[in-house]
Design a protein around this ligand. Structure first.
Ligand SMILES: Cc1ncc(COP(=O)(O)O)c(C=O)c1O
Length: 371
């Protein structure tokens, strides 16, 4: 009996076929279409974006850069690297730019993981660590969290000679948990020097100054450390896709070799330079976020809804049948993020919005959880 020849998709590596598709926050237009709602009456608190919109200085820089759209962007991003170098006190050779910091995480796995290598990360850590690891045919070692937070001692114990990368998210998404700098620093110091630590600080700018670690200064002592940050969150530029990693030049050189030459577009580069120059915007975003967080926390307390204390611009709340509560919120035009894909089927993640959006979410939640 002749066997049917395999189809092309069946020839894909089994580790690619095993990847669970990424589930993002639902776009406003999609919810409007599906539920027959007016998009103008829908609020989205589902993707940890900055609710303020970009700063006017950034919009002006984008308008200027729009005059040069027929040219490829500067693949070496001279101006943006110069601005980051000055701001962070690092050399341009230490910087790897990404199409979002997601790209930087991907590039680290592309440059440093072989099939069969191990990458260590925490249970409930940002899901891209799993996806990027799996895409290389490497093995993700998920270490049980403690009170929803990274358990650094257990993560240290999970490192073996097969480990090539350890991911730490600080603060972590979706839990919002945060580790004090001294503990992170001792963890990095305890790693074998041939194991790379990727310290993902996507929400760093939302931390109070006293909570922000000296991670950039640590780079002088740890040639195996990669610090990644983004313009998507406190800088309010999620749609443009620009982030960066700072590291030893030897690591940056390898990541730049596997990077697409023009991975950060010209508008994003110009916007990021202008955003770096607008410290007030970030300071105001931080202030608005902590006020909004207090508003959400007191509203949740009043509703007796359990939540994990968060250091980001979002909060993880325990609502029981989260799929059902999510549907009831959607019907009221409020988009939040279910996190069943994180193995948290009783929880929803809510991004801090503008004061009126937070109030609307709390009112919708009250309805959704009432019997
Ligand atoms: C912990 C963490 N790291 C990285 C990212 C990636 O963000 P971006 O690619 O927009 O920089 C996110 C986005 O939600 C995140 O939560």
């Amino acid at each position: 009996m002749s066997r049917k020849p395999a189809m092309a998709h069946e020839r894909a590596p089994e580790y690619v076929r095993a990847i669970a598709p990424y589930v993002g926050g639902k776009p406003i237009e999609e919810v409007a279409r599906e539920l027959g709602l007016d998009p103008a009456n829908i609020i989205k608190l589902a993707s940890n974006e900055n609710p303020r919109g970009p700063s006017p200085k950034v919009l002006a820089a984008i308008a200027r850069a729009a005059n040069g759209l027929t040219r490829y962007p500067d693949g070496n991003a001279f101006a943006l690297k110069a601005a980051l170098s000055e701001r962070l006190g690092v050399r341009a050779e230490q910087i790897v730019l990404g199409n979002g910091s997601n790209d930087v995480l991907e590039l680290a796995t592309q440059a440093f993981l072989r099939a069969g290598d191990h990458a260590v990360y925490s249970q409930y850590a940002f899901i891209v660590y799993t996806l990027a690891t799996q895409a290389r045919g490497a093995l993700g070692i998920e270490v049980a969290a403690k009170d929803h937070a990274h358990d650094l001692d257990a993560m240290r114990a999970a490192v073996t000679p097969r480990t090539r990368i350890v991911f730490i998210a600080n603060p972590n998404n979706p839990t919002g948990t945060w580790i004090e700098g001294g503990a992170v620093e001792s963890f990095i110091a305890s790693m074998p020097q041939d194991v790379i630590v990727v310290l993902d600080e996507a929400y760093n700018e939302f931390l109070e100054r006293s909570e922000q670690s000296e991670s950039i200064a640590w780079l002088a002592r740890f040639p195996n450390l990669i610090v990644s940050r983004t313009f998507s969150k406190a800088y309010g530029l999620a749609a443009l896709r620009v982030g960066y990693g700072i590291m030893d030049p030897a690591l940056a050189d390898l990541m730049n070799r596997v990077r697409q030459p023009f991975n950060v577009n010209a508008l994003a580069q110009a916007a990021a330079v202008a955003a770096l120059d607008d410290a007030e915007y970030v300071a105001e975003s931080r202030r608005l976020n902590s006020e909004g967080m207090r508003q959400l926390e007191s509203g949740l307390d009043a509703l007796s809804v359990n939540y994990v204390r968060s250091h980001g611009n979002f909060v993880l709340i325990e609502v029981g049948d989260a799929a059902n509560v999510n549907l009831k919120l959607l019907r009221q035009g409020v988009i939040v993020r279910p996190v069943a894909n994180y193995d948290l089927p009783r929880w929803l993640r809510v991004t801090v919005g503008l004061p009126a959006e937070n109030a609307r979410f709390l009112a919708a939640l009250e309805q959704a959880i009432s019997r």
